[in-house]
Design a protein around this ligand. Structure first.
Ligand SMILES: *Cc1c(COP(=O)(O)O)cnc(C)c1O
Length: 230
């Protein structure tokens, strides 16, 4: 069985190869380890191997894990849907939220961010491929939302996040990621000081890096297959 440190190493090698292919500096791409459904012991193992940033989808599960791991210098990223009744937990426990797609949620996160903590780092989730029933702000509305979120006092707008529909063809994956990269550039050209493009998972890491991702969110390649959720 491949250990977590060995699998982390393999993911770092994938990132390095993907960067080399398009002549990007490997330091431009941060690895976010997605530990949803896995217990705190597994996070400890990854932390001991040097991993710092962890992504979680299910807020209640995450809060319990975060509390059990207070002794470690970790950075916690919320990458799951945020309903209004969960904003307080997210504001109190996470360092980042990648899935802000409505002004109301952003306002609540800003109001509820505890004063002793630094600003919550935020990405806007964009519905880049227009999937029906999908969360994410429409690309055409992203600039306006970004301007409003950037004004909220207790949030720091860092960039955009996408979860495209799974596709097997790397060229098709990359085409969608390039649309996100173009939108990211558009927001920067409009004067927003953003630096994070959160895209790419285990199956499309290479395509995302080729298109300009600065943060890949990798779960199964590090921790193995996830148990099905009841
Ligand atoms: C689960 C999840 C990931 C990680 O997916 P893998 O395919 O296991 O790498 C990344 N981003 C989000 C939003 C997720 O829900």
């Amino acid at each position: 069985m491949t250990t977590i440190p060995a699998k982390l190493q393999l993911v770092h090698e994938r990132i390095a190869r993907a960067c080399a292919q398009v002549r990007r500096d490997v330091n431009e791409v941060t690895l976010l380890a997605v530990s949803k459904t896995f217990g705190p012991d597994v996070v400890r193992e990854a932390s001991a191997a040097g991993q710092k940033a962890f992504g979680e989808n299910y807020i209640q599960e995450a809060v319990e894990k975060i509390d059990l791991l207070r002794d470690l210098p970790l950075e916690w990223h919320c990458i799951g849907p945020i309903q209004s009744n969960k904003t307080r937990l997210v504001a109190a426990h996470f360092d980042w939220a990648h899935t802000v797609d409505r002004l109301k949620i952003a306002q609540r996160l800003s109001e509820q961010r505890p004063p002793e903590l630094p600003a919550l780092q935020v990405c806007l989730q964009v519905n880049i491929d227009g999937g029906a029933n999908k969360s994410g702000v429409a690309p055409a509305e992203a600039l306006e939302l970004a301007r409003e979120v950037a004004r909220l006092p207790r949030l720091k707008l860092r960039g955009l996040m996408t979860i495209p529909e799974p596709q097997d063809d790397p060229a098709a994956q990359k085409a969608v990621h390039l649309r996100a990269a173009a939108l990211f550039d558009e927001l920067r050209d409009a004067g927003l000081a953003i630096d994070t493009l959160s895209m790419g998972m285990t199956a499309d890491l290479e395509a995302a890096v080729a298109a300009g991702s600065t943060m890949v969110r990798i779960g199964s390649a590090i921790f193995g297959e996830r148990p099905a959720r009841p």
